[in-house]
Design a protein around this ligand. Structure first.
Ligand code: MG
Length: 377
């Protein structure tokens, strides 16, 4: 079957994939990237995303985004963008669904604390952890550890990487050492992620009451689309007016991205994916949209991500992660047997990081209670 028929020559073609670490026969009725996507959906780490924080703790409300719904929104936006640019939708979907698999419980604070705890043991980075999950930690197959994904999906998962880590990653690390780009599909997934969270965090922020509509009017990108909605539907009730506004914002961002990127691609005229890797980033917002999304991000950072009620969750969560790490490091016998490593302090610390990073929010809270509470034995 020709899976690549509708793709641009510079897209990632399933038939020209750099392949998997462990060689496997072709997937038959599916492209290589469809197979990657299916393996990701069937993974244990993917199911855990349902109970991991995006901004709000899972149990704070049933309607807030979780890492799972966030990843699905990224995949949806990413597929639309990919199709508009004749790029590989299946690869974008696989990268989007896998991009947060290595996230710790409690969102970014979990990763920051774990990184501090691991500073003498090689550090912790959620992006690299996503790769570790798909390369090593998933236990699904008889013949290998991990999911044995294609090079292109693994390349798309690894957005950033320090030079020290890049050196350990073989072929996958080369681009960080040589300052090359990943595929257009990987570049696109990164921006689909940004479009998704910038928009859904407005919705969640307003739903939670931590942001108000009056405050949101300070953000030019929001205010402009909100005004359009008011003109088109005078007196539309709050929630519907909000959704209409967010809908217009997502449309504006995706349209801007497609138009700007199409022009950059036409100018650079890459002949194939290797030309893409050797050129500058080609998937971008226009300078004006970039300025507006930056202003929106700054606003969300100051008013939502650092709201005192979110700070309370962050501080409490950081205490949970730090205390769990310290307790396990001091007494590895507290760990399940598979996580105990004798006579290798570096290996033991890494196993503890894997164990904690794999926890859902509520599992981490329960585990902390089991270990520290004197009322529970
Ligand atoms: Mg994300």
């Amino acid at each position: 079957m020709d899976f690549d028929a509708r793709l641009a020559p510079y897209a990632a073609h399933s038939s020209k994939s750099r392949g998997r670490i462990h060689i496997e026969p072709p997937a038959g009725s599916r492209s290589e990237f469809q197979r990657d996507r299916d393996r990701i959906i069937h993974s244990t780490a993917f199911r855990r995303l349902e109970y991991k924080t995006q901004v709000f703790l899972n149990h704070e409300g049933d309607l807030f985004r979780t890492r799972l719904t966030h990843s699905i929104e990224v995949a949806q936006i990413g597929r639309t963008l990919a199709r508009s640019l004749q790029l590989n939708e299946d690869l974008v979907e696989a990268c989007a669904l896998a991009h947060d698999l290595g996230h710790t419980p409690f969102g970014h604070v979990g990763q920051d604390v774990l990184n501090e705890c691991m500073k003498d043991y090689g550090g912790f980075e959620h992006n690299l952890q996503s790769l570790r999950v798909v390369d090593q930690l998933e236990e699904h197959y008889g013949a290998f550890d991990g999911l044995n994904l294609t090079f292109e999906t693994r390349e798309g998962i690894l957005k950033h990487c320090s030079l020290a880590n890049a050196r350990q990653l073989g072929e996958l690390g080369h681009r960080f050492m040589n300052r090359c780009q990943p595929s257009l599909e990987a570049q696109l997934t990164d921006l689909a992620d940004e479009i998704a969270y910038n928009n859904h965090d407005i919705d969640d922020g307003l739903r939670s009451g931590l942001l108000t509509m009056a405050q949101m009017e300070e953000v030019e990108l929001f205010a402009r689309h909100r005004h359009t909605v008011e003109t088109q539907y005078p007196g539309l009730p709050g929630r519907r007016a909000l959704y209409e506004t967010i809908r217009l914002m997502i449309t504006a961002m995706t349209a801007d991205l497609v138009e700007t990127s199409a022009a950059l691609i036409a100018e650079a005229a890459p002949q194939d994916i290797d030309d893409v890797r050797a050129s500058l980033p080609l998937i971008r917002f226009s300078p004006q949209m970039r300025a507006e999304t930056t202003a929106l991000k700054r606003f969300l950072y100051a008013n939502l991500y650092r709201h005192f009620q979110v700070n309370r969750m962050r501080v409490k969560a950081s205490r949970i992660v730090r205390e769990l790490f310290e307790a396990f490091l001091q007494d590895p016998v507290l760990l399940p047997k598979d996580y105990q490593v004798d006579g290798d302090p570096m290996g033991q610390a890494r196993k503890i990081a894997d164990y904690i990073a794999g926890m859902t929010d509520r599992y981490a809270i329960r585990e902390h209670r089991r270990i520290f509470s004197l009322d529970h034995f």
